[in-house]
Write a protein that binds this ligand. Sequence first.
Ligand SMILES: Cc1cc2nc3c(=O)[nH]c(=O)nc-3n(C[C@H](O)[C@H](O)[C@H](O)COP(=O)(O)OP(=O)(O)OC[C@H]3O[C@@H](n4cnc5c(N)ncnc54)[C@H](O)[C@@H]3O)c2cc1C
Length: 423
Amino acid sequence: MRAAASIEEIVERGLCTGCGACESLLGGEALRMGLSPEGFMRPRRQRPLRGDEQQAVMQVCAGRSQQGAAPVEARPHRIFGPMLHLAKGHATDADIRFRSATGGVLTALAVYLVESGEVDGVLQVGVSADNPLLNEARFNTTREQIVASSGSRYGPSAPLKDIVALLDGGRRFAFIGKPCDVATLRNLALVDPRVDLQIPYMLAMVCGGNPSIAATYNIVRRFGEDHHDVEEFRYRGHGWPGPTYLRTKQGREHSQTYDETWFSNLTYELMFRCKICADGVGEHADVVAGDCWVMEDGKPSHREAGDGWNMHIARTERGRQLIEDAVVAGYIREEAFSVAELEAMHDDHGTKKRSVLWRLAGLALAGQPYPDYGTLRVAQAGLTASWRERWAAFRGTLARSLKRRNRESPIISGTFVPGTKTS
Ligand SMILES: Cc1cc2nc3c(=O)[nH]c(=O)nc-3n(C[C@H](O)[C@H](O)[C@H](O)COP(=O)(O)OP(=O)(O)OC[C@H]3O[C@@H](n4cnc5c(N)ncnc54)[C@H](O)[C@@H]3O)c2cc1C
């Protein structure tokens, strides 16, 4: 295999996850996160980087490897990874359950951790204070702040942008992010022992891929609004899954259903890195939560279903204990949920995982770098793919890389201009 050798190569070959750890490691005078011309959160070089700086980032970057891992305390399921505990559930607090993306389990666990004194705060993503269409990393220490950061933000975010400064500050905190964000933290733990001491809980959401900010601007445009006029924007939540909602400064309101947003003709580019992702189900987290969709005709339905339900998995003993404590303390409520139900409901993640080996083969043949996925069972899952799945994944990725469609702009270029992509 060929791993990327530099930050420039990570970004230009479409392997960057946008987490922001590189800025944190090297400082803002060397690299600064910002929106790229493709609408992703990417580091932009402020000056030439030294060899030791490149190496410091390469050790940690999930675009290069996902070698860092949670302690394996259960035999992994071929697709869904280690499961010490699997259940469906929701926050008991009606307001958290209503406002959150699904059933509010992640928010309720975070609130429990802060209110029980287990941690000083929670590092997570919230809506940017400057622009309701963008996101920013937040260090939240109160229930109100954590609840205000609930909900899914289907756009660029760099939650690890300040991670080194937070570790330097000596705080003990929980982290919530995408599976790739957690993977980077686990990599960081391999070279910085403070991670395991100061971040005792890493929580993740199930993630099918993160779109460009162009998707968000396209939604705004489809509502017939100018992005400058937006005062409030939600992708979902306030119900389950809840509508995509927009309110302008002039008080105009728009909303549409989850399917109208994501399963219509909306143009949205997923990061190339998401297309070759070997872990949408948060294997490196202590706890991961996703949707527990209502099943209709054997398939998940996204229609409005009232109060939300998560399915959640504890990967580690620490995560299992956290869930048990939060249930006992009355923060979340659980019901039984089987592995067979999980397999049927989240088969999209099965398809995705089975395809990775063949996508990487396409990249290898084209001489492109790709991440080292460590213990994520890429080969094991890939060998269970049908011949049709193998060929489609291999051919698609090979063609994409030969046409240079895995490439992104160099890291010294300018920023994204809203309105350059249209639906
Ligand atoms: C890009 C994306 C793709 C997803 N794909 C799937 C999928 O394929 N299948 C599935 O079942 N569920 C998916 N979800 C997860 C789902 O939307 C819920 O987040 C999950 O069910 C947890 O629900 P909750 O009610 O516990 O979350 P909440 O209690 O609402 O908490 C959500 C947490 O996620 C954090 N967060 C939100 N957006 C981001 C972001 N962009 N980056 C980092 N952190 C963020 C928030 O800070 C908050 O802490 C996806 C979410 C995102 C953001």
